[in-house]
Design a protein around this ligand. Structure first.
Ligand code: AMP
Length: 216
């Protein structure tokens, strides 16, 4: 099963990707995580992405498409397919991906759209904290760790993403409305989208998601 998980910043893509990939034994790629790791590591890709990413802007399509293509080419273990999180975010990316994969076993089969009203997103994003060590995601309002600043799972330090502030969030939401909503509409026309009401609690969302993916 080859899946894109889509939704605005703060819609729960990262949190539920971990659960989906485990439940369905999928390869998982988050373009945002790859950019962050490259920026932290000071690689060539990181240097290219840094100026855009830290302001909340999308990294140019050519850089992003190449990165995804490189990843797909290295996929030896196809498991049961892939879960692409945070890609495609523009129509140009969607079309480039189609060209790369059409007629192959890497073509996308299903789009999961995590639907959350915009006013709820700000609270989620500014409260988000991530474990530096294992990547577990918390929220100081809705899912706090037992000890402030410390990961329940591995004891690692919890940090706030550089782009999780109000200024950069506004840019990210604008980018989303301008570039990514048309991508969802594009796949909706092809009848490939399962819309999940992701404003519900985590306990309620998970069964909905599993159901949507089983009814592929
Ligand atoms: P995310 O973790 O998915 O919110 O992504 C964080 C940042 O990485 C975004 O604000 C962009 O700067 C960059 N990024 C991630 N995925 C893409 C993409 N598909 N196209 C362009 N930029 C991206």
């Amino acid at each position: 099963m080859n899946i894109f998980i889509m939704g605005a910043p703060g819609s729960g893509k990262g949190t539920f990707s971990t659960k989906i990939k485990e439940e369905f034994n999928l390869n998982h790629i988050s373009t945002g995580d790859i950019f962050r790791a490259n920026i932290a590591g000071g690689t060539e890709l990181g240097l290219q992405a840094k100026a855009y990413s830290e302001k909340g802007l999308l990294v140019p399509d050519e850089i992003t498409n190449k990165m995804v293509k490189d990843y797909l080419n290295t996929l030896e273990d196809k498991k049961n397919g892939y879960l692409l999180d945070g890609y495609p975010r523009t129509l140009a990316q969607a079309k480039a991906f189609e060209e790369m994969t059409e007629g192959t076993d890497l073509a996308v089969e299903k789009i999961v759209y995590m639907d959350v009203p915009f006013d709820e997103l700000t609270r989620r994003i500014t409260g988000r904290r991530t474990c530096k060590k294992c990547g577990e995601i918390y929220n100081i309002y809705s899912k706090p760790s037992k000890v402030e600043g410390v990961c329940d799972v591995c004891g690692g330090e919890l940090t706030q993403r550089k782009d999780d502030n109000e200024e950069s969030l506004k840019v990210r939401l604008d980018e989303y409305a301008k570039n990514t909503e048309p991508v969802i509409a594009y796949y909706e026309e092809k009848n490939m989208v399962s819309r999940i009401d992701a404003s519900k609690s985590m306990e309620e969302i998970w069964p909905d998601l599993k159901e949507a993916l089983k009814n592929k």
